[in-house]
Design a protein around this ligand. Structure first.
Ligand code: DGL
Length: 251
């Protein structure tokens, strides 16, 4: 069984891609929405949450876990790998493909404060950003609106614009989504970018398809692919309505 967790429903944007490459597996998804958002929480706090959720998912039968949260990956995946004897697949902002394809030479990264200050992100950035300029912004309020199901509309567009415009004003033509909640705002991000800079060829980059391919490779290597029929269990630490509704929309 594949365990997947996030601070909320963001990990469903990763599950959506995983299911395309592993359509016949059993899944257990955990939304830690009683403790969401993780973005501003301490590393120690996130490690403790990640441990508890990992124990829960292993108890449900998970034999591989996708940390479908950039903030939790940055804070906790190293600790999880040390403590638990199973494989963990994490998220990484897609700085590499963005740096390779930018035409303006400026890459914009949207992520949480926790991800942007983590050593893991700073190392990725240093490794791939040679010759291009990377500009960053926290997606202020993005996680909160996605958790409420507000993925479109005037209010959403205004919230998106406030964090996106500074990156575009710097010249960015690649926008890396460094938080798994943000892909649910791709429509608004594209629309806002098109209105602000209609002449620029702006691309929004989500790492989820690459993470899904990596998971498939690891599962094949480890003999974990079962193909015994699709199943999904949804769990959450708080109100599960938004999780269930978003999940239904994905199917
Ligand atoms: N979905 C998250 C991430 O990828 C966490 C957002 C949050 O809880 O602040 O970073």
């Amino acid at each position: 069984m594949i365990g997947i967790f996030d601070s909320g429903i963001g990990g469903l944007s990763v599950f959506r891609e995983i299911r395309k490459v592993l359509p016949e597996e059993s899944y257990a998804y955990f939304s830690d929405n009683a403790h969401c958002p993780y973005g501003e929480k301490s590393k120690e706090y996130i490690i403790e949450r990640a441990r508890e959720i990992t124990r829960f998912l292993i108890g449900k039968g998970a034999d591989i876990i996708v940390v479908a949260c950039n903030t939790a990956t940055a804070a906790a995946i190293a600790a999880l790998r040390e403590e638990f004897p199973i494989r963990f697949i994490g998220m990484e902002p897609a700085v590499k493909p963005a740096a390779q394809s930018t035409r303006t030479g400026v890459v914009g990264v949207l992520a949480t404060a926790g991800t942007l200050k983590a050593t893991k992100y700073i190392d990725t950035r240093a490794k791939w950003a040679q010759g291009v300029r990377i500009v960053e912004h926290v997606g202020q309020g993005f996680v909160e609106i996605v958790e409420k199901g507000m993925t479109e509309g005037t209010e959403t567009d205004e919230i998106v614009k406030a964090s996106l415009k500074p990156l575009l004003d710097e010249g960015a033509d690649r926008i890396v989504l460094g938080c798994t909640h943000y892909p649910f705002l791709t429509g608004s991000i594209r629309k806002t970018a098109g209105l602000l800079y209609p002449e620029r060829d702006i691309e929004v980059i989500d790492p989820a398809p690459a993470v899904a391919r990596h998971l498939l490779e690891v599962m094949e290597e480890e003999g974990l692919v079962r193909k015994d029929g699709f199943r999904m269990e949804l769990h959450s630490s708080g109100d599960s309505r938004q999780l269930e509704e978003t999940y239904r929309k994905l199917l």
